[in-house]
Design a protein around this ligand. Structure first.
Ligand code: 8Y7
Length: 294
């Protein structure tokens, strides 16, 4: 199927890679490498972000996910204006200069609308449009939207995550959000947006919950929408392998492969070239050794 992301369309009949570009000062992995501080420095930092995005696109990323609010447990709250100031200049620069869909990782209505105006092609909301004003704002952009499941909120979500049946519960939640988006679009007289679903690995989940969801991706496919997964360098790998973020590449690649084999359509990662190799190999093996050219 084709995902219509503004001026670009992405063919999801084979898995695609989304590269992560953080513009927060406190990202757990890249440590805010691209953080636009202020004043004269911000131009330089935007150029740096564009270069990083260009490298990911050259390596094969179909999407670049730009985020300005760290969802790391204990991260500082960011105001809508602060988030907009961080993210929008980067969205604008990328949209005009980079050959990929610019995805904006936001839960904030203002950022959604402005990012769309500046050329973003996908809204990636870890709160599945639950924040005040986000539902109508997102629908109004006409862009595809990724709805992610999270239990609780980033500050406390890992305290004691609990489910009756994690795959069933996540699937039910996402189905309810889909219905709400469709109903709201109809009330607004808008065409319902294309939706992408994400079980939200690590967002209010124990390792066992994450593993059940990884094994249960095929059940989420029953909702008949594209699936996005983010597993790259997450703390689950820290616990399962006993490794710090900088040593989680091999584990991330293993999980990316499992997710793609279980039906994930978009893999959100920090390491684009390495993940592209995994996806390319998987496609070649699926095709029985014949190159597809794609
Ligand atoms: C995810 C995400 C993060 C994810 C989607 C991290 C913004 C934490 N994780 N968005 N964002 N899915 N859709 O470790 O798993 O990258 S932030």
């Amino acid at each position: 199927m084709l995902l219509h992301c503004g001026s670009r369309s992405i063919d999801l009949s084979s898995p695609k890679v989304m590269g992560v570009l953080n513009v927060t000062p406190d990202s757990f992995f890249d440590g805010g490498k691209h953080y636009a501080a202020s004043g004269g420095e911000s131009r330089l930092l935007i150029d740096h972000a564009v270069k990083a995005a260009e490298a990911m696109v050259l390596a094969g990323a179909a999407f670049i996910d730009v985020g300005g609010e760290s969802t790391r447990p204990g991260a500082a709250d960011v105001s809508a204006q602060q988030e907009a100031d961080r993210v929008l200049p980067v969205v604008e620069a990328l949209a005009s200069r980079v050959d990929a869909v610019v995805s904006v990782d936001t839960s904030t209505a203002l950022v959604m609308v402005e990012a769309c105006r500046l050329g973003a092609g996908l809204l990636n909301d870890v709160r599945a449009l639950e924040r005040e004003g986000a539902l109508a704002a997102a629908i109004t952009t006409g862009l595809p939207i990724c709805l992610m499941h999270m239990q609780g909120n980033p500050a406390t979500m890992q305290d004691n995550p609990a489910y009756i049946d994690v795959v069933g519960d996540v699937s039910q939640y996402l189905a309810a959000r889909i219905a709400l988006v469709v109903d709201t679009a109809s009330e607004l007289g808008m065409v319902p947006p294309q939706l992408v679903l994400d079980p939200g690995f690590g967002f209010g989940k124990t390792d066992n919950h994450n593993i059940a969801l990884l094994n249960g991706l095929t059940e989420l496919s029953a909702l008949r929408l594209p699936l996005l997964v983010g597993l790259s360098r997450k703390s689950m790998l820290g616990r399962l392998l006993g490794r710090p973020p900088s040593e989680r590449l091999a584990g991330s690649l293993a999980l990316a492969l499992i997710a793609a084999q279980n039906g994930a359509n978009i893999i959100r990662v920090h390491d684009v070239p390495e993940t592209m190799d995994v996806i390319t190999l998987l496609q070649q093996v699926k095709n029985g050794g014949h190159h597809s050219g794609a």
